[in-house]
Design a protein around this ligand. Sequence first.
Ligand code: SF4
Length: 497
Amino acid sequence: MAGKRIVLTSDPTMMSSYHGGVLLGFAATLPEAVMPNWIFERLFCPPLPAASDGSAMFAPCGMRKVEAALLESGFGRDELMVAHPAHLDRAIGSDTEIVGITHDDPLGKIAVREIEEMINRGAPHNRSKFLSLINHPLIKEHHPRLVVGGNGAWELLGEDLPIDHIYLGEGESDFPDICRHIMADREVPRVIRGRAVPGEEIPVNRGAAIAGIVEVGRGCWRGCAFCSPTMRTLRHRPLDRILEDARVNLESGQRDILLHSEDVFTYGSSGMKPNRDKILRLFSSIKELGPRTVDVSHMTLGTVHKNQDLLRQVSEIVGIGSDQKYMSAWIGIETGSCRILEMHMPRKALPGNTENWPEIVRDCYRLFAEESWLPVASLVLGLPGETAQDVRATIDLVDSLRSYTGLILPLFFSPMVETRLGGIEGFGRSRALPEHWELVGMCLEYNLKHLKTLHSYYSERMTAGPAVHAALTAINLVADLALNKYLQRMKRGEPPN
Ligand code: SF4
């Protein structure tokens, strides 16, 4: 068949609604030897529904933005498709000139990378499925140009893989012109750097985004040395465009909305001082559209700490305790060491003081518990200069949060290119101190303890039937038993194997 000239797609780890529980997507960091494919696909990463033409009914928000930009720049619907990975035979053919893949973690270098080092049982699902996509028989047969973009595209730099172009940066700005250059057989560099798009020009999606994601803004002013969103200027979208994206998601049958930015409390401001009117209007306007639940993707603890009444007002507008049981947000704790915070994240605690960081974190957790917010927190292990004493400070902080429900993800430091720590060697097993293992063990124990509660809270949003819930509960119990020996070793400061 002829296929479409431009095909946008990704592998099954990205093209799933995860039964409505996005955290289930973390199972993609496990290898097949630990998480057999049939369990992975049925319980954690079920395929998205496909339309009759083979297109995906839902897609990652970034892919939807690129699709919208292509359409706005003059490409026709008949020329491009957001293709379902299981139906590429309906999309890729002799006319296909470009296959654009969006990925957040194509080689498994970001999310919970220590799992691979701990278990040592082969490639995680995200890497193996990405490699199988780029080696798809239809791509081999028709030789379209393969362009990989998205948050994780930097992982491909320096890798010997059959990819024609690595697209770093924002897609809406330059991807349409890049496609025209490729189609006209003009020279295009292997590494492309897409420019930032002004907030008001971020297009409205033409199809539903997975998890009901609605982009609110981009960039962050805090400047943490290991972080890539901070390299982008802070900007926000006009409210009417945000609402249009929310409507597209709700009209597709999705019932939950996830507002995405690096810190929703910066909405409408240029940094530290929240624009309360705009933030409250954002939440009330979204709420008026009638979603079942509203969540935010990320918040910063410095802002929450200084604006606790604002968080309480948002909880009230959203209807926590009446319309929905809880609200979730990803937050960055990163470290319990004020010294490491000062060294690599001097603006993290603002407007609070760096030396009060552990207290700021604890106060926020207390507030989250009072207001029924569920924090999913990240820690970064092995930042340059980190000593055993710094890790001990993080252990003490995590220990003091034990009783609060949430998840804490200890992430090995991975130097992302084009960040201030981009050229530095990443952290791994060979450099881990006993304190690092103790911290990972403690986080694992914390997560296993709270997973059951999280599962019951998340059920509110999940689309899975009782059989899947029963199986997930069983897996939870098995994980408790199976991981216990590793957990005990790590808590003693030993490597898990
Ligand atoms: S606060 Fe978060 S998003 Fe902002 S620079 Fe730091 S790590 Fe990045």
